[in-house]
Ligand binder design. Structure first.
Ligand code: CTP
Ligand code: MG
Length: 237
């Protein structure tokens, strides 16, 4: 079987604050996207990485890929993304060549996922699961609320049992045909699905969880940049 990784990297990074698109911002001197590409290419199973670039960013992404050391065994493709993560993933899937039968979808915003987590996801797909999600137990208790206007107290509706909840990460791994079918069938909703496995669930196909990793956290807000740079510094120490 051949495995490709699609990396949606077309978001602006609004929650990170003003500046370049999030995937192009540096972590200890290297663009977040390059860290994420290396994290996927570190798996010997991954033969192709498809980067979904920000609008107007495809040329810059191509030159970044050309100017950073990457494994020789891996092929790279760059396509331009869409207005939502879901659209960007779909555009990445559309670029996959024949012969790929396992697809990972990995956020550029999770630049530090360890290769063992990547390989664990691929192994579970190879073992027969059509959709595999790395995830961790939650540290915080979670409340479901009735949303109110900003600043208004929000009534609590329910407290799901924390032991049964998981915070999901990427790379999420899929049987290619299943993921393509999900993206063709599941209706585009609002700002788009935040999770590819959720679209497979809507097809009625089984989704399984394997262990995620603390270092696969998503860089979303400025504090996450501090954590990511500390993790990189610890790796080099
Ligand atoms: N993404 C994408 N295309 C979009 C929106 C998001 O490819 N139209 C990608 C982002 O680049 C990121 C991943 O999806 O790698 C996860 O999204 P998120 O963390 O929400 O990143 P942004 O959308 O860039 O951030 P924000 O929501 O704060 O603007
Ligand atoms: Mg977003």
């Amino acid at each position: 079987s051949r495995t490709a990784a699609v990396i949606p990297a077309a978001g602006r990074g609004v929650r990170l604050g003003p500046g370049a698109p999030k995937a192009l911002r540096a972590l200890n001197g290297t663009p977040m996207l390059i860290h994420a590409v290396r994290a996927m290419a570190a798996s010997r199973a991954v033969s192709l990485v498809v980067v979904v670039a920000p609008p107007d960013g495809a040329a810059e992404v191509k030159s970044l890929l050309a100017s950073h050391a990457l494994p020789e065994r891996t092929d790279f493709l760059v396509v331009t993304g869409g207005d939502t993560r879901q659209e960007s993933v779909k555009l990445g899937l559309d670029a996959l060549p024949p012969g790929i039968d396992i697809v990972l979808v990995h956020d550029a915003a999770r630049p530090l996922v360890p290769v063992d987590t990547v390989d664990g996801v691929i192994e579970a797909v190879r073992a027969g699961a059509p959709a595999v999600v790395p995830a961790l137990p939650l540290a915080d208790t979670v409340k479901q609320v009735e949303p109110r206007a900003k600043g208004e107290p929000e009534p609590v509706v329910a407290t799901p049992e924390r032991a049964r909840l998981r915070a999901v990460q990427t790379p999420q791994g899929f049987d290619r045909d299943t993921l393509v079918r999900a993206h063709e069938t599941v209706a585009l909703s609002g700002e788009g699905a935040t999770d590819d496995a959720g679209m497979v669930e809507q097809l009625g196909e089984p989704v399984v969880v394997v262990p995620g990793h603390e270092e696969a956290f998503k860089v979303t807000r400025p504090l996450d940049l501090v954590l990511a740079e500390a993790v990189l510094a610890r790796r080099r120490a």
